[in-house]
Design a protein around this ligand. Structure first.
Ligand code: NAI
Length: 328
């Protein structure tokens, strides 16, 4: 038997984690022969609820679950962790300005970045799901100077999966037939789901759908999907967000399929004119545990405008958190 991988999860008593923890413990994330040890972080008032979740984890008798520890101190919970899923975040409440939201999340992600820096294992990889995910990832990364920057990603896989499902439905195809779709930019309403390099059953997607559908149906539907789910369910997407978190981490650790790529928010190296340093979504492949941004794609004028708009929003968020003293 392999030795367990230590996986930290924050926001562990929340909605997403009520799905995520069980998927990790069952082997969906790291495979059917990889034991896991869970390290669960919550704020103090939520620890009792978290104890209930742990009772349910016990009651599943997962063969791969080698241990569970819970706590409200990031320095202890992150000790020796190999993977960290940062899900817990401060939601936007009524009357809250964007600056307040960034500040409240900075108060979470700055100390968590430091705690990872000081206590995580040398090989730690960190995925931020909690919103605003890209900028929270930037804050955590900037406060963890000893961890290589490329070990910090943010989640845009849910947007990717949503776009795949929409394109498959429109073309009457299976999701298995859709390849090479890309999400660019921020995990926000400005994100750009790009089908210009996508294929469906081997045929170029732009031959199968027209520009009017792309602009007036597909883009807003993917961009606004989170709001549509809140409207229908009365609560934000949770199981699908957990699933995307599992997909992202699994592909980051185990690699992407030979004939496809996935969308990952990673620190920009300036590829495609995206300002260096911001954490922005790109088409990526993973091999040997390291991701690479797919290079050499043509970006048409329509895509250029959309990518620039979303990355400009990320630059604005970076300047806002810089002026709050959350990053240098
Ligand atoms: P939730 O409100 O049900 O759970 C959040 C949990 O985080 C709560 O239990 C809270 O006590 C905990 N928490 C707050 N501060 C914490 C801290 N400092 N340390 C540890 N835990 C802390 O929220 P839900 O539905 O689970 O969503 C979590 C986050 O994921 C939200 O920010 C949400 O906007 C985001 N999200 C991101 C998506 C993406 O695609 N990137 C998709 C859907 C949600």
């Amino acid at each position: 038997m392999k030795s367990p991988v230590r996986v930290a999860v924050t926001g562990a008593a929340g909605q997403i984690c009520y799905s995520l923890l069980f998927r990790i413990a069952s082997g969906s994330m790291l495979g059917p022969d990889q034991p896991v040890e869970l390290r669960l972080l919550e704020i103090t008032p939520a620890l009792k609820a978290l104890e209930g979740v742990v009772m349910e984890l016990d009651d599943c008798a997962f063969p791969l679950l080698a241990g569970v520890q819970i706590g409200d101190d990031a320095n202890q919970v992150f000790d020796g962790v190999n993977l960290a899923c940062l899900v817990g975040a401060r939601p936007r409440t009524k009357g809250m300005e964007r600056g307040d939201l960034l500040e409240a999340n900075g108060a979470i992600f700055k100390p968590q970045g430091r705690a990872l820096n000081d206590h995580a294992a040398d090989d730690v990889r960190v995925l931020i799901t909690g919103n605003p995910a890209n900028t929270n990832a930037l804050i955590a990364m900037s406060n963890a100077p000893d961890i290589p920057r490329e070990r910090f990603n943010a989640l845009t896989r849910l947007d990717h999966n949503r776009a795949v499902a929409q394109l498959a439905a429109k073309t009457g195809s299976s999701v298995n037939d859709v390849k090479h779709l890309s999400i660019w930019g921020n995990h926000s309403a400005t994100q750009y789901p790009d089908v210009f390099h996508a294929t469906v059953g081997g045929r170029p997607a732009p031959e199968l759908v027209d520009q009017a559908w792309l602009e007036s149906d597909f883009l807003p539907r993917v961009q606004q999907r989170g709001a549509a789910i809140i409207e229908a369910r009365g609560a934000s997407s949770a199981a699908s967000a957990a699933n995307a978190t599992v997909d992202h981490m699994r592909d980051w650790v185990l690699g992407t399929a030979e004939d496809d790529w996935v969308s990952m928010s990673v620190p920009s190296d300036g590829s495609y004119g995206v300002p260096e340093g911001i954490i922005s979504s790109f088409p990526c492949t993973v091999s040997g545990g390291a991701y690479s941004i797919v290079q050499g794609l043509d970006v048409n004028d329509f895509s250029r405008g959309k990518i620039d708009a979303s990355t400009a929003e990320l630059v604005e968020e970076r300047e806002a958190v810089r002026s709050l003293g959350l990053i240098d």
